[in-house]
Design a protein around this ligand. Structure first.
Ligand code: NAD
Length: 520
């Protein structure tokens, strides 16, 4: 048995133990510090995308459960908001410690529940811990404001937590994304109701357990499982919930905005993308190739910042696409629990059908399937990493978010052409640029319609930097202090130094009854 086979076998054993010891008991809501069934007693089944076999029974939340959770979060807010930043810091570091301690369990369950390869889910668990540490250290300064002196006044601002917030997350890398939203909310002094995606409920349950064990007071973090149209909708409409942090599809973002209108919800949206990677002929093409291949075929291509459109300068188009195809053909697709696997099964049969449908669309539109374009095996949601060539930017394969390991390659003539193509989509999350011309790099980055741009690099995150999109890719920014701007209200306090003059009204002769005022 090779080392990788032995590690895969050990991971499968661990999953079996966890199925027997925990998943078989079902997944409950966590409300006000208690593990509870839904009030209506309904459940739904979740399946593993490896073989689409039953994984766990999950409590199906509805408006009543959301109401209970929102009330618990509201009650807990009254005390959590007063807990010192230093104390919040300690608790959040304990959460990070426990995530690290249980990272193997988190990684194998996340792989089993989502189909993401274990090699990436290990680092996703580590990043979850890092998210908590990062915001733990910022908790003591979260309320800091500015001093803005004016003639006769001292103005100072401070920030206060907005209140209980709703966090709604997708299924692609659910553990990491949940920590990215929940850690700053708690550091800011908000309480949380989390509604995870119905296709991947397992790791949210682990996170709730970990936060409880770390000593987070009851009701500060609540978890309600369920479907978007019922539990998610009720959360966005609840009057006690002051803001919604949402990661998911663009169309769902529009629904949430409408649903939250009556209660004037503050919203933060991280939505879809159709991110370009632009390769000029003067670039370091070996490095560019590594990055292009990584940014579309890692994480099953189920990644909001994936570079799913590669724009390549005409003179190098044929050779560069040939090299992408060669690499894609060697990518290992298979068991997500095997450390050698690079692409696992797609998250759900419905998503698998969606991704497969683009293979037909590509042919209908006249593009060429240079690599992949087929499923792998007869069961499970496995697809070959795919490359479309001979594509135009107005084709659906170039405009729509496929959210799988599927890359569309488009040639361009010059810089102006590349910029026009890059910007000709409704999305604007990330952009990647490969050139050794530093002046062009800046010029192009300034013109590119995207919230985040990497020059001569794949997506390498630095947590203090702003994360978010423009156009249909989102509203607002996460990261560093940006997250606190969302989870907190800024208050200004103006103190007079007693030197200013207040205009005096009502000190003249009172007008006689019936006498006309001047100006009438
Ligand atoms: P989705 O929008 O279908 O679901 C996301 C969450 O919203 C789920 O928890 C779902 O139950 C809930 N939901 C659905 N309808 C709702 C409603 N009417 N009211 C309230 N909640 C509702 O998205 P998905 O398919 O789970 O995730 C994939 C999408 O997420 C892709 O478009 C991807 O680009 C995006 N994404 C974006 C980022 C980013 O940072 N920009 C990161 C990861 C994923």
């Amino acid at each position: 048995m090779t080392q990788a086979n032995a590690a895969a076998a050990a991971n499968h054993d661990l999953v079996q133990q966890l199925r027997d010891s925990r998943l078989n008991n079902g997944l409950k809501h966590f409300i006000g510090g208690q593990w509870v069934d839904g009030q209506a007693g309904k459940t739904f089944d979740t399946h593993s995308p490896v073989d689409n076999a039953f994984l766990a029974k999950v409590a199906e939340g509805d408006a009543q459960d959301i109401d209970r959770a929102a009330r618990a979060a509201h009650d807990a807010f009254q005390t959590w908001r007063e807990v010192s930043g230093a104390e919040r810091r300690k608790i959040l570091h304990r959460v990070a410690d426990l995530i690290e301690k249980r990272s193997q369990e988190i990684a194998v369950l996340e792989s089993t529940d989502t189909g993401q390869a274990i090699r990436f889910m290990k680092s996703a668990a580590a990043r979850g811990a890092e998210n908590f540490r990062f915001y733990a250290d910022r908790a003591p300064a979260a309320q800091d404001g500015q001093s803005l002196p004016a003639p006769g006044f001292i103005n100072y601002s401070m920030r206060q937590p907005i209140g209980p917030v709703g966090v709604i997350t997708p299924w692609n890398t659910p553990f990491m994304l949940s920590t990215w939203k929940i850690a700053p909310a708690l550091a800011a002094g908000c309480t949380v109701v989390h509604k995870p995606a119905e296709w991947s409920p397992v790791s949210a349950t682990l996170l709730a357990e970990i936060m409880d064990e770390a000593g987070l007071p009851k009701g500060v973090h609540n978890l309600v499982h369920g479907f978007g149209e019922s539990a998610g909708k009720a959360l966005t409409e609840h009057p006690l919930i002051k803001a919604i942090a949402f990661v998911g599809e663009t169309t769902t973002g529009s629904h949430i905005m409408r649903q939250g209108a009556d209660t004037l919800k503050r919203v933060h949206f991280e939505l879809g993308g159709k991110n370009p990677v632009v390769v000029f002929d003067d670039a370091d093409l070996d490095k560019a190739l590594d990055a292009v291949v990584f940014m579309i075929y890692s994480l099953n291509g189920e990644r909001c910042t994936s570079s799913s459109r590669v724009l390549i300068q005409e003179g190098i188009y044929d050779e560069f696409t040939r090299r992408i195809a060669e690499r894609a053909a060697k990518i290992r697709v298979g068991d997500p629990l095997d450390p050698d696997t690079e692409i696992g099964p797609l998250a759900h049969p419905r998503h698998f059908d969606k991704v497969m449908s683009y293979f037909d669309k590509a042919k209908e539109e006249g593009a060429t399937i240079a690599e992949g374009g087929v499923r792998v095996g007869d069961s499970g949601n496995f697809v070959r990493p795919t490359l479309f060539t001979g594509a135009r930017n107005d084709m659906r394969i170039a405009q729509e978010e496929i959210f799988g390991p599927v890359l569309t390659a488009i040639p361009f003539a010059d810089e102006a052409d590349a910029l026009a193509l890059a910007n000709d989509v409704k999305y604007g999350l990330a952009g990647y640029l490969w050139t050794n011309d530093v002046t062009r790099a800046h010029r192009f980055a300034h013109g590119l319609e995207a919230g985040m741009i990497w020059v001569n690099s794949e997506n390498v995150r630095h947590l203090p930097t702003p994360f978010g999109g423009v156009k249909n890719s989102g509203i607002g920014r996460d990261g560093g202090d940006y997250s606190f701007e969302f989870y907190m209200e800024t208050k200004n306090i103006a103190i007079s130094l007693g030197t200013h003059k207040t205009a005096r009204l009502g000190v003249g002769q009172a007008p006689a009854v019936g006498q006309k005022e001047a100006g009438e």
